[in-house]
Design a protein around this ligand. Structure first.
Ligand code: FES
Length: 159
């Protein structure tokens, strides 16, 4: 069941977007911000709140990669694997991140702290290679810089 705050925020998003269909992705983000991810139940709740069919909301939820459809870690690292990032260093960066975190792509560390997920173009091709951590974009990465960014979030502590 949607909380009062979630309901209010979804209503605001609907008004701001000018209609239910235009507000789907933002409404899903409202849920994700409060719950960390969007379950099947959450998709149904958003559909209900917006007066749309389950299929309409589900199609947005599954096509928008910033919507997480399963439990993720407290920090989510999205690493762009599209062409500009691939040719400017993605393979080395992802290899270093996987080795440092001790997890594969698509996984979450056993302590629930980090999820490492693939992403399509993050819209920062001119700064490739790029990644997004907790919604913040980082470009011009090197393997060392990627680890420095994670170190600020405590990656490597207690491991
Ligand atoms: S290709 Fe990586 S940000 Fe566009």
């Amino acid at each position: 069941m949607l909380s009062r705050t979630e309901e209010d925020r979804i209503r605001e998003e609907r008004e701001h977007a000018g209609g239910a269909r235009a507000a789907v992705s933002e409404a899903l983000m409202v849920l994700q911000e409060s719950r960390g991810w969007v379950s099947d139940e959450g998709v149904a709740e958003v559909a209900d709140a917006l007066g749309l069919s389950l299929a309409e909301v589900e199609s947005v939820a599954t096509s928008y990669e910033l919507i997480f459809r399963r439990v993720v870690g407290r920090h989510v690292i999205l690493v762009c694997d599209s062409v500009s990032c691939w040719v400017t260093g993605y393979p080395e960066i992802i290899a270093r991140l996987q080795s440092h975190l001790g997890i594969g792509l698509g996984a979450t560390t056993p302590d629930g702290k980090f999820s490492l997920l693939p992403a399509g173009c993050l819209g920062a091709c001119e700064q490739a290679p790029a990644m997004m951590v907790d919604g913040e974009l980082f470009g011009n990465l090197t393997p060392d810089r990627a680890l420095e960014i994670l170190a600020r979030l405590g990656a490597g502590e207690g491991r």
